[in-house]
Ligand binder design. Structure first.
Ligand SMILES: [Zn+2]
Length: 207
């Protein structure tokens, strides 16, 4: 299913879109309704709004407007939308969370991640929740999104963040993922935690 994504990532020929996408709508920010900088919760990326101290922010407070919902005063997604579109639409956190972005793009296979959810059947709605309704973050390479007991784990941050010093479970997860060797701090670890559970895991994303 994600072969198209590999092609988009430059590992093969580019796919020819069946029909060219419609141009982005032109929205007057002075008459667009305000969204009040809504911050919907993403269970597979609970800290999405707190990212940004290191310039790796996922959302930025912007006037917008969002191309998908037409509203201004939004948390605009700063990451990459992997889609056949050549332009990068402005999209808000709310439209990612509630699936409106998927309708706007009217594409079955777009993704917000350079990742695969290989541990689940691609028809599982959880795959779509990760790929299309959870904001993406910068990685060096494509990675496999970890699954625990049939549920995707939640992305918590990168392995070089100071705060892990005080989270023994995160440090242990990095060690377990690195053949038992301590490796904190490392920018190559992606730290995940079980949703509503105590387990932690580190996925390595070598440059
Ligand atoms: Zn929107």
């Amino acid at each position: 299913m994600w072969d198209w994504l590999r092609r988009l990532m430059g590992k093969g020929r580019s796919p020819a879109p069946a029909t060219p996408p419609l141009p982005l709508p032109v929205i007057d920010p002075t008459t667009a309704p305000s969204q009040g900088f809504a911050q919907p919760y993403f269970r597979f990326f609970p800290g999405a709004y707190a990212f940004g101290a290191d310039g790796e922010d996922v959302f930025r407070r912007e006037t917008g407007p969002c191309h998908a919902c037409g509203m201004r005063e939004i948390h605009a997604f700063t990451g990459i939308i992997y889609t056949a579109r050549q332009d990068q639409p402005t999209v808000c956190a709310q439209c990612i969370a509630d699936g409106r972005l998927a309708k706007f793009l009217s594409e079955a296979h777009f993704s917000l991640h350079d990742a695969e959810v290989a541990g689940l059947d691609w028809r599982d709605p959880l795959v779509a929740e990760v790929q299309r309704r959870t904001p993406g973050f910068a990685t060096f390479n494509a990675f496999d999104w970890p699954i625990l007991d049939g549920l995707p784990m939640a992305f918590m941050g990168y392995g070089d963040e100071e705060r892990w010093k005080y989270v023994p479970d995160a440090l242990a997860a990095m060690r377990d993922g690195n053949e038992g060797e301590d490796c904190f701090p490392t920018p190559y670890a992606l730290i995940f935690k079980q949703v509503d559970g105590p387990a932690w895991r580190a996925v390595f994303d070598w440059d």
